[in-house]
Design a protein around this ligand. Structure first.
Ligand SMILES: Nc1ncnc2c1ncn2[C@@H]1O[C@H](COP(=O)(O)OP(=O)(O)OP(=O)(O)O)[C@@H](O)[C@H]1O
Length: 238
């Protein structure tokens, strides 16, 4: 079963093209990294998959459903890591996690257990606006995972987290995948992508430049690491 299927996706902002014919698939149970330089079109792709943007052209399916036409059903399947601005600043961590648990019917995680798992127990009654950057980041991940989604869209999973939190979070994601969760992970952290992702899709100016396992991309470019392969494929230090 294909969890995410994107075909010939085109998206413009005004006259400016952001996506210019993107094709990608994520199979059930895969962790796929969506990579690319700033402005390559990663967040736009995630926005279309999440049903937040209606594509100008092309098709998107999440577990066979159209995110715009079947919005409600897709919402129940998807866990989306929201941008900070999307979380209410005066709600506490616990209120936010509970609120988002309520958006999913049945089968969700226990909010307090998830808060504990993400190391947020000490700040669970703190308002979102008063959290540190790393605490806010972990709260956004709790919000994405609390519905025990079948498919998670995670944008910059561990940006700003300390090494302990990063390692812990990788384990949380790996455990959830073992339970059947599929992940599309937007990341600039190549080491993390190498550790976590089965495959990567590399975007460049709204097109898919390369796709394959991290090891295949490294081998294809003759470089030693994914970081170096990324630079080689996207034009180095332009
Ligand atoms: N709301 C918007 N209005 C106009 N242009 C936009 C808007 N959002 C994105 N863009 C443009 O679309 C292109 C793709 O942006 P997008 O945010 O998808 O890139 P990204 O790969 O996620 O970048 P980053 O790594 O910086 O987060 C960029 O050129 C960006 O300037």
């Amino acid at each position: 079963m294909t969890a995410i299927e994107v075909k010939d996706l085109h998206q413009r902002y005004g006259r400016k093209p952001a996506l210019d014919g993107v094709d990608l698939t994520v199979e059930d149970g895969e962790i796929v990294g969506l990579l690319g330089r700033n402005g390559a079109g990663k967040s736009t792709t995630v926005g279309v998959i999440a049903g937040l943007l209606r594509p100008d052209r092309g098709t998107v399916r999440v577990c066979g459903l159209d995110p715009v036409a079947d919005r409600r059903r897709v919402r129940r399947l998807l866990g989306v890591q929201p941008q900070d601005a999307a979380l209410h600043p005066s709600l506490t961590v616990r209120e936010l996690v509970r609120l988002h648990r309520g958006f999913h019917t049945g089968g969700g995680a226990d909010p307090d257990e998830l808060i504990e798992l993400l190391g947020l127990t000490a700040v669970r009654d703190t308002r979102f606006e008063s959290l540190s950057g790393g605490e806010a980041q972990r709260t956004s991940i709790a919000v994405a995972l609390v519905g025990r989604p079948r498919v998670a869209l995670l944008d910059e999973l561990t940006t700003g987290l300390d090494p302990q939190a990063r390692r812990h979070l990788r384990q949380v994601i790996t455990d959830r995948r073992a339970d059947g969760m599929t992940v599309l992970l937007v990341s600039h952290a190549m080491e993390e992508v190498e550790r976590l992702c089965d495959r990567v899709v590399l975007l460049d100016t709204g097109r898919v430049l390369a796709t394959g396992t991290p090891a295949a991309l490294v081998a294809r470019t003759g470089r030693a690491t994914l970081d170096e392969a990324f630079l080689a494929l996207t034009g180095g230090a332009r």
